[in-house]
Design a binder for this molecule. Structure first.
Ligand SMILES: Cc1cc2nc3c(=O)[nH]c(=O)nc-3n(C[C@H](O)[C@H](O)[C@H](O)COP(=O)(O)OP(=O)(O)OC[C@H]3O[C@@H](n4cnc5c(N)ncnc54)[C@H](O)[C@@H]3O)c2cc1C
Length: 319
C-alpha cells in the first residue's frame, strides 16, 4: 500500500521521493521508465559529450524550426535513474531571483526568491562557500572544477580585460559577469539527483519491493489506479510491480514534465478522453508549459589552428 506514486525518477522525482519518504510512516512508489544509472559513461564527467542522443536519452526531435531552414534538432531528455541530471552538463545554476519574484507576483505562492532560497541552501553542500546564498550539509554536492584548461583561463582573463566584471559565484548576489561555473560533482564524478537524493538511506526508505525502474505503463496491470494509456506515449510495457501498487492516500505526482506535455497535447487533441481515473493528481493541467516551452540551443564550434608556412620557416607568420 503506497501513499504516493511518483512518476519519473528524474531531478524532481528523486527530490520528491527523498522528501516524502523522510517521514517513515509514508510509503512512496517511484516509477522510472529508463534503466539503471550504473554506466560509467553517466558518472564520468569527461564522457558527457556521449550522453545526449545516446542510450540514456529519450531522443526527442524538435518540430521543424522555421528560422533554421525547417531543420529538426535533437532535444535531449534523460531516460534513466536521475533523469536529465544523469546526462546534463552538471553546471550548478539557479534561476534568476527576479524570475522567482515574478512567478510569485503572478500568484504562485511560495515561489518568491526569498522563499525558495532557504530550500536551495537546505539541499546544497557547497564545498567552497557557506554564506547568505549557499548551504553546507545538504545532499546535493556542489564543487569547483578540479581541472581548468589553460584556454578556459585565458578566455575568462580576456573577458575581464574587455571590461566584463569577474563573478566568482553565479548563484550569489548577481548572475552577471564572467568566471567559472560550479558543478554538481563530488570527488570528480557526476552528482546527479539520483546520487544526491536517492542514495543509500533514502533508497532504503523507498519500499524495497517497489519497482523503482519499471515503466509506468505496467502499473495499471499491477493495480495502480490510473490508465496505462495516461503515459503510453512515453512508456513501454515492462515488468509488473511485485504485489501490485495500490495507493493509500491516492496521490499521483507526475515528475516527468516532457511526458506530461506530450500527454496534454494528446488529451487536447482527443478531447481529454485519455485522462487518468481514480487518483488525485497533484498539480494542474494547463496548456502553458507546452506553449511557453523554449529550450536553449547548444552549439559547439571546432577551430583548427595551423602554423603559417612562413612561421614554420622561421619568418613572422600568422596563425
Ligand atoms: C544535455 C543536457 C544538458 C543540461 N545541462 C544542464 C546544466 O548544466 N545545468 C542545469 O542546471 N541544467 C541542465 N540541464 C537541464 C536539467 O538537467 C533539467 O532541467 C532537469 O534535470 C529536469 O528535471 P525534471 O525532473 O523536470 O525532468 P527529468 O530529470 O528529465 O526527469 C524526468 C524523468 O521521468 C522519466 N519518465 C518520462 N516518462 C515517463 C513515464 N511515462 N513513466 C515513468 N517515467 C517516465 C524520465 O525517464 C526521466 O527519468 C541539461 C539538460 C540536458 C538534457
Amino acid at each position: 500500500m503506497y501513499d504516493y506514486v511518483i512518476v519519473g525518477a528524474g531531478s524532481a522525482g528523486c527530490v520528491l521521493a527523498h522528501r516524502l519518504s523522510a517521514d517513515p510512516s509514508v510509503r512512496v512508489l517511484l516509477l522510472e521508465a529508463g534503466g539503471p544509472d550504473s554506466s560509467p559513461f553517466i558518472h564520468t564527467p569527461a564522457m558527457m559529450g556521449f550522453l545526449p542522443d545516446g542510450a540514456f536519452d529519450w531522443r526527442y526531435r524538435t518540430v521543424p524550426q522555421l528560422h533554421c531552414n525547417m531543420r529538426r534538432f535533437p532535444w535531449p531528455r534523460g531516460r534513466t535513474l536521475g533523469g536529465s541530471s544523469s546526462i546534463n552538463y552538471m553546471i550548478y545554476i539557479r534561476g534568476h531571483a527576479a524570475d522567482y519574484d515574478h512567478w510569485a507576483e503572478l500568484g504562485n505562492k511560495g515561489w518568491s526568491y526569498r522563499e525558495v532560497l532557504p530550500l536551495f541552501k537546505k539541499s546544497e553542500h557547497n564545498e567552497r562557500m557557506e554564506d547568505r546564498y549557499h548551504g553546507r550539509g545538504g545532499p546535493l554536492n556542489v564543487a569547483d572544477h578540479r581541472f581548468r584548461h589553460p584556454l578556459s583561463e585565458m578566455f575568462v582573463d580576456a573577458a575581464q580585460a574587455a571590461g566584463i566584471s569577474p563573478n566568482p559565484d553565479f548563484n550569489g548576489a548577481t548572475q552577471e559577469g564572467c568566471g567559472f561555473y560550479q558543478l554538481t560533482q563530488k570527488d570528480g564524478v557526476r552528482w546527479s539527483t539520483a546520487s544526491a537524493f536517492f542514495a543509500r538511506p533514502s533508497r532504503a526508505r523507498i519500499s524495497p519491493s517497489s519497482p523503482m525502474r519499471s515503466p509506468v505503463g505496467s502499473a495499471s496491470r499491477a493495480g495502480a489506479r490510473w490508465e496505462s494509456s495516461t503515459f503510453a506515449a512515453a512508456s513501454r510495457p515492462g515488468p509488473t510491480p511485485p504485489g501490485g501498487a495500490p495507493v493509500r492516500r491516492q496521490h499521483q505526482l507526475p515528475a516527468a514534465p516532457h511526458a506530461l506535455r506530450r500527454r496534454a497535447r494528446r488529451a487536447s487533441a482527443g478531447g481529454g478522453r485519455r485522462r487518468g481515473r481514480g487518483l488525485a493528481r497533484s498539480g494542474s493541467e494547463s496548456p502553458g508549459p507546452s506553449r511557453d516551452l523554449s529550450p536553449h540551443r547548444d552549439h559547439g564550434a571546432r577551430l583548427t589552428l595551423r602554423r603559417h608556412p612562413r612561421a614554420a620557416r622561421g619568418g613572422a607568420g600568422r596563425v
